[in-house]
Design a protein around this ligand. Structure first.
Ligand code: NAD
Ligand code: DAU
Length: 344
């Protein structure tokens, strides 16, 4: 299979979706991409500024749960690549409604449109969080789903619909489950960009609980390359795990960020933990590696590039840390930081 030439990319103004759009247009001269994005707090047209004048790219403001808009755009596409989601666990704990509407119902609307228009591929971008907490070993694609937050439960709902549309209607679906991404253009409320930008300003870094939760860090461009490999070489109906191979505790991660930035550990505050906080995720990526993919960035390289990007792009992130962001920050961290303790 070659890469479908007319892509409808949902959520393309977010962190990973915009990296996909920028990289695919750079790499493939005969590709056209329509981005459908609702521009929630996490969506940002500045993420697409590098390609905004490219005639092969078009932006449409809209909701994946709006069947009319989705249908008209799907009619002009060969494939859907869907990043659109509410993606932040902490926000799902505070207000789950939008997660169910976008991540479950929105996925259904997209699948219906792909089915109606006989698309060559439907690629759903999902997460390792659907497997739930993994005390030891690594999750395989056929493992049972045990999501434990409203975010991961709504993503799991979307995943199950994707599987059902392949089994029932023969839709040529592909499903990927990636580990924690990091890199440029990452909205500064997820842990790495939050900690880097707070450290730049000598503000406290709120580390949840004992900081011994483990995440596997994947550089965003490596994720995008994996998605391209799956679109071209993936088997319809199959699921592919994508991991960076960089499992770290949050405490190790925080220490490394501060060391690289030459900032003191005294900035870190241990704050009350996230409710239902999964201790560890880990995915086995052998299936994807058999398609020829492996990550091109070491964690050290990726982290240095990311820190450098935030130091050089205060014009991108400073405006985001205002208005609604500050209200969210106060709700999320005000009491927690007041109750926080020092970390050695
Ligand atoms: P993000 O929050 O940065 O971006 C999400 C984008 O979707 C935003 O541009 C937002 O405006 C858009 N959106 C939200 N609701 C929408 C709707 N109803 N209709 C249209 N657009 C809508 O998220 P991200 O980190 O780029 O994640 C992208 C996808 O990858 C998500 O599906 C997420 O579950 C998955 N994922 C993320 C990670 C990670 O570490 N960030 C890891 C694995 C999987
Ligand atoms: O595993 C993939 C998932 O990674 C994606 O599906 C999600 O979309 C993405 O947001 C991310 O989820 P996490 O919950 O792992 O990411 P977050 O950056 O919110 O948190 C990473 C870890 O850091 C987690 O163990 C919680 C911790 N943390 C987070 C924040 C925001 C802190 O200790 N303090 C914080 O302030």
């Amino acid at each position: 299979m070659t890469l479908p030439r007319r892509l409808l990319v949902t959520g393309g103004a977010g962190f990973i979706g915009s990296a996909f759009v920028r990289r695919m247009l750079e790499r493939h001269s005969d590709l056209t991409i329509t981005v459908l994005d609702k521009l929630t707090y996490a969506g940002n047209l500045a993420n697409l500024a590098p390609i905004e004048d490219d005639p092969r790219y078009r932006f449409v403001l809209g909701d994946i749960a709006d069947a009319e808009v989705v249908d008209s755009l799907a009619a002009e596409a060969d494939a859907i690549v869907s990043f659109a989601a509410e993606s932040h666990v902490d926000r799902s704990i505070e207000e789950p409604d939008a997660f169910i509407r976008t991540d479950v119902y929105g996925t259904f609307v997209l699948l219906e449109a792909a089915r109606r228009h006989g698309h060559a591929r439907y690629l759903q971008i999902s997460t390792d969080e659907v497997y739930g907490h993994v005390p030891e070993g690594s999750s395989l694609e056929e493992d049972s789903l045990k999501p434990r937050s409203p975010y991961s439960a709504s993503k799991a709902g979307g995943d199950l619909l994707v599987g059902a549309y392949h089994a029932t209607y023969g839709l040529p679906t592909l499903l990927t489950r990636a580990s924690n991404n990091y890199g440029p253009y990452h909205y500064p409320e997820k842990v790495i960009p939050l900690f880097i930008t707070n450290a730049i300003d000598d503000e406290p870094l709120p580390l949840y609980g004992d900081g011994l939760q483990i995440r596997d860090w994947l550089y965003v461009d490596d994720h995008v390359d994996a998605l391209e490999a799956v679109l071209v070489h993936g088997e319809p109906g199959e699921t592919y795990n994508i991991g960076g191979g960089n499992e770290l505790t949050n405490l190790e991660l925080t220490r490394t960020i501060l060391e690289r930035m030459d900032k003191p550990m005294s900035l870190v505050r241990s704050v009350p933990d996230r409710a239902g906080h999964d201790r560890r995720y880990s995915v086995d990526c052998s299936k994807l590696r058999s398609l020829g993919w492996s990550p091109a960035h070491t964690f050290d390289e990726g982290l240095d590039a990311t820190i450098r990007w935030y130091l050089d792009h205060a014009d991108w992130w400073r405006p985001l840390k205002s208005g609604e962001y500050l209200e969210y920050y106060r709700r999320q961290y005000g009491d927690r930081l007041a109750a926080g303790t020092a970390v050695e």
